[in-house]
Write a protein that binds this ligand. Structure first.
Ligand SMILES: NC(=O)c1ccc[n+]([C@@H]2O[C@H](COP(=O)([O-])OP(=O)(O)OC[C@H]3O[C@@H](n4cnc5c(N)ncnc54)[C@H](OP(=O)(O)O)[C@@H]3O)[C@@H](O)[C@H]2O)c1
Length: 317
């Protein structure tokens, strides 16, 4: 049954890759409540109902869906980008878990008699490379050439092949997704709670971020907008500098956040991965705003207050 005021729409069968991840779990929660039928393609299909909701089905092989009608595909799978050093072996995992997996997905879609109408596929603001002071909109090309931008470029190209199958393809160039229960914020919190947080390098690099509630809402928006195709910067309209982010997080936690992590130490400890933290993107969601999407959390302080505020601490107690 639908709550008063909810959009009336036909229930869809939606296939998700990466459905067990941070964004995927939140999407499943929303779409299950709305009555959609959800299937998650996962390396651990048996864990899917526990992670994504009892009504969500896990499949280990796409062929298990042959003969079933499918309305939409959300493609978010990928090994964590900042979890480990970018050794040659790790880069191969980052590549195959996105590009090879997406190629496999599109090849399988090609074999189907019935094709879903839309593919919403992952990417990141890292697609642009290190943008320096430039404001990055979707009508610009990449401005830097590093591993992360090559990875996103190849990932988008692999997804775009679904256009040749007559599908609408929308690409999500996500900023850093802020959520109370996972992702980067959860990894930063222990350090910042101890008062040991601070800017990375000189803290002047730009950081594009998005509240998880807006990320879920904008993915749902792109799923339903019949004319939404091509790349979309999935980030709040007000990116901040890294130092500003550290200050805001410290303030939200009532802790000092003045201890900088020097650039040379990051480069020494993290190698090429340090480039991801010391560079940045000042991306703006130009196409989403033009299409009429309204962000609930445009301002970082309001987003952090919502994610870390006293009401959440009380809820957790
Ligand atoms: N979170 C962010 O701030 C952010 C920002 C920009 C871009 N992105 C990108 O957007 C996508 C979704 O983000 P997220 O934070 O929701 O991701 P996530 O929590 O890291 O989850 C991604 C999912 O990918 C699958 N996966 C992990 N390693 C894999 C591997 N080696 N091979 C195949 N599949 C693997 C896992 O699903 P199974 O275990 O079920 O197979 C996992 O649940 C990711 O690809 C991420 O890179 C995220």
């Amino acid at each position: 049954m639908r709550a008063f005021g909810q959009r009336e729409e036909a229930a869809m069968h939606i296939l998700l890759t990466g459905g067990t991840g941070l964004m995927g779990r939140s999407l499943c929660r929303r779409w299950a409540v709305e009555g959609h039928r959800l299937t998650v393609w996962s390396r651990s299909p048996e864990r899917v109902p526990a992670l994504c909701g009892a009504s969500v089905r896990g499949v280990g092989r796409l062929e298990e869906l042959d003969g079933e009608t499918l309305d939409a595909v959300i493609n978010l799978a990928g090994a964590p980008i900042a979890g480990r050093l970018w050794t040659r072996r790790r880069k191969a995992v980052l590549w195959s878990s996105r590009i090879t997996l997406t190629e496999h997905l599109v090849n399988w879609l090609q074999t189907r008699l019935q094709r879903p109408r839309v593919l919403v596929s992952g990417s990141a603001v890292g697609w642009y490379g290190d943008g320096g002071e430039r404001e990055l909109r979707e009508d610009m090309g990449p401005v830097g050439e590093d591993f992360a931008s090559q990875l996103c470029g190849a990932w988008e190209d692999a997804a775009r092949r679904a256009e040749e199958l007559g599908m609408r393809v929308a690409l999500l160039r996500s900023g850093m997704v802020l959520a109370p229960d996972g992702g980067f914020l959860q990894r930063l919190l222990p350090v910042f709670r101890l008062g040991l947080g601070g800017p990375l390098g000189d803290g002047r690099q730009w950081l594009s971020w998005v509240h998880i509630a807006d990320q879920v809402a904008l993915i749902d928006f792109l799923l339903h907008q019949e004319d939404a195709r091509g790349p979309y910067n999935a980030c709040a309209p007000q990116p901040v500098r890294n130092g500003e982010f550290a200050r805001a997080l410290g303030q939200a936690l009532h802790r000092p956040a003045r201890l900088p992590a020097p650039a040379f130490a990051l480069r020494l400890g993290l190698g090429e991965l340090a480039g991801l933290l010391l560079g940045g993107q000042r991306a703006v969601p130009a196409r989403l705003c033009e299409a009429g999407f309204a962000f609930r959390f445009a301002d970082l302080n309001t987003a952090l207050a919502d994610l870390l505020g006293d009401h959440r601490l009380k809820d957790a107690a």
